[in-house]
Design a protein around this ligand. Structure first.
Ligand code: M6R
Length: 627
């Protein structure tokens, strides 16, 4: 949720921390701060608002030390303000925290009772108090962290420094990620590799309750008992260019345009290009993520096939956009493999008295791999010994690490808070999974497998053509932004895309938008329609097309303005619509991947025309690591 960066080395902490925080701003952006060594104390500078406000303040500051910590915040306890911004300092101790300390109320009361005075409304500040109390008892910073670790409940990743040991830093976590990179003459600790890869691509992921003790440009890892832990560096293959805007005005637009390439990267490892067959590669059921690169591919494939053969029921669990991808997956998997699929919102699933029959498979979908509810649902079913498969973008994220099998979106870094390329990559992976399940269950023959694989292989170039609607929406946005609301409609596999289109407009343009199964219109929502309502109808050529057109006529008769999206040239749709957008001819298998692109562009341009911050919409964060 929040972003944290720590630096210790021979360079300028101020510069490295600020650059690092910039790459993490998507995680939270309501306030920011740093504490950097200056002489024999840590000088703290904080600011409410986005990082550039802190940056302006820091322009006037100089620091003589070579160590510091920084934070960009997404408020959970205490409103966004300078007073609540991190770092929190108590006597010589400064800390930055990402996550939530669940037992903060009890701990705060205890600390207050023993004389501690609080200067913020956050749950985080008490960590500085707890460490400071241990230091007062004569413990060093590292020992103090080991002492307080058992007292903390909840999700946290924390960096701590002490003015008494000015060349040291301690990093520890339970839940949210914390990564350590070691460059030639420096150590960088951050909540995401993006803050590190400019300096080094060799990193270590801290596990829960591991404690990193950094000294100068070196460090050691310990478990919660203080025993040394040996760990190997992992190589990260993201280039720094991948996290820059590359000339686009916003990350989101860049990411929309990257979608064809992203889908190609997602499907590439799983397709035999000679035979046009699907070959789910490196799912590594039952193997740790560290072992995936070393798998015997043929053996692993046989293992995957055996796993899929056993499956009699599937549960897909996710949140937000990932949930809508899961809904598309349900239609595709059921149609091709005849395996019943249930799709659930993670926050509902985890608190439902869920019944999971034998031979079920549990699938999580998460771009970040850190979403708290999705992770909790995964842990719940793991405890029930249900085999799990994660579809994830961030390799070695918590969900990826904890699932039994692994599929990767390969979308590259997604910085815009609104998910775009991760969504289409997930759809393409679900298509491949559906084909693999169908093969395992022998519900499709070789010829149809090849037909579907060829369709999927054509989708990246078809997506390129759909991206041309960027110009249309850039122009139309001034009119579109004036509508009172938007109704997105579709049937079958297009219905979840209607939901996704509405979510995009809500989160970016802050406008009223709803997605509906078009067959539901006459059961209530038709009453909403008049000329101030824009209807976005997904009507590609599939076996529900005729019914969709009837629903469109009904809406049109009530005065709604219609944007229709269909396959190829279609005079009928053109006649009943204010705007008709034609997609390349494709089948129900690939249409969702194509038709979501105009909806993303619509939301992007309307939000931009309204003057909103498209990459960082209000009240949201990219990675939702708390409930
Ligand atoms: O990282 P995840 O895929 O688990 O995130 C789930 C949702 O928080 C996410 O899809 C959210 O709905 C996006 N902001 C939508 O654009």
């Amino acid at each position: 949720m929040c972003g944290i960066v720590g630096y210790s080395g021979s360079g300028s902490p101020k510069q490295v921390i600020l650059e690092g925080l910039k790459t993490l701003e998507y995680r939270g952006y309501d306030s920011a701060g740093v504490a950097i060594l200056d002489g024999n104390h840590f000088k703290r500078v904080r600011a409410e608002g986005k990082l550039n406000i802190l940056q302006e303040k820091l322009n006037q500051e100089n620091f003589s030390g070579k160590i510091g910590i920084g934070h960009t915040r997404w408020a959970t306890h205490g409103k966004p303000s300078e007073r609540n911004a991190h770092p929190h300092c108590v006597k010589g101790i400064s800390i930055v925290h990402n996550g939530i300390i669940e037992n903060y109320a009890d701990l705060r009361e205890e600390l207050k009772a023993s004389g501690s005075e609080f200067h913020s409304d956050t749950d985080s500040e008490l960590v500085a108090h707890l460490i400071s109390a241990e230091v007062d008892l004569g413990h060093c910073l590292f020992e103090s962290v080991l002492k307080i670790l058992p007292k903390l409940e909840g999700a946290f990743s924390i960096l701590a420094v002490s003015a008494d040991q000015p060349d040291e830093m301690v990093a520890f976590k339970n839940g949210p990620p914390l990564i350590i990179g070691q460059a030639n003459d420096a150590i960088i600790v951050a909540s995401d590799v993006q803050a590190i890869i400019k300096h080094t691509k060799e990193v270590i992921y801290l596990n829960d309750f591991e404690v990193a003790h950094l000294k100068g440009s070196d460090f050691k890892l310990f478990d919660r008992e203080g025993k040394v832990v040996a760990k190997k560096f992992v190589h990260i293959d993201w280039s720094p260019e991948q996290v820059e805007k590359q000339g686009y005005p916003h990350y989101m637009l860049k990411e929309i345009f990257e979608q064809p390439r992203a889908v190609a990267s997602a499907i590439d490892p799983h397709i035999d290009l000679n035979e046009h067959k699907v070959f789910l590669n490196r799912l590594g059921f039952g193997r740790s993520v560290e072992e995936l690169d070393k798998l015997d591919l043929a053996q692993d494939y046989q293992n995957t096939v055996q796993q899929l053969k056993k499956v009699e029921r599937i549960f897909i669990v996710a949140c937000g956009t990932s949930y809508y991808a899961g809904m598309v997956g349900k239609y595709v998997i059921e149609k091709l493999s005849r395996i019943p699929v249930e799709v659930d919102i993670a926050s509902e699933f985890r608190y439902r008295d869920i019944v999971i029959p034998e031979n079920s498979m549990f699938i999580t979908i998460s771009q970040s791999g850190e979403t708290a509810d999705t992770l909790a649902a995964l842990r719940m079913v793991k405890a029930m010994r249900v085999p799990s498969l994660s579809i994830c973008n961030v390799k070695r994220s918590t969900i990826d690490r904890e699932a039994d099998g692994h599929m990767y979106m390969n979308a590259g870094a997604e910085i815009g808070v609104a998910s775009t390329k991760a969504f289409v990559c997930t759809l393409s992976l679900l298509n491949l999974l559906a084909l693999s399940l169908a093969k395992a269950k022998e519900t499709i023959d070789e010829a149809s497998e090849q037909k579907w694989v060829r369709e999927l292989l054509s989708s990246p170039s078809q997506m390129e053509t759909v991206l041309a609607y960027d110009k249309f929406f850039a122009k139309a946005s001034d009119t579109l932004k004036k509508y009172r609301g938007f109704l997105y409609m579709g049937r079958g596999v297009n219905y979840p895309i209607a939901l996704e289109g509405a979510l995009k407009l809500k989160e970016l343009a802050y406008m009223h938008a709803e997605g509906y199964a078009s067959g539901e219109m006459k059961h209530g929502p038709l009453a909403l329609i008049d000329e101030s309502m824009c209807i976005v109808m997904l009507a590609p050529s599939d076996d529900l097309y005729e019914k969709t057109v009837s629903n469109l006529e009904e809406a049109k008769a009530r005065g709604g303005e219609v944007i229709s999206i269909g396959s190829g040239e279609n005079q009928k749709l053109r006649d009943v619509s204010k705007h008709y957008l034609s997609l390349p001819n494709a089948s129900w298998f690939v249409n969702p991947i194509l038709e979501v692109i105009p909806l993303q562009l619509l939301a992007y341009h309307v939000a931009d025309a309204l003057g909103h911050d498209v990459d960082q919409p209000r009240n949201l964060a990219k990675s939702v690591t708390v409930e």
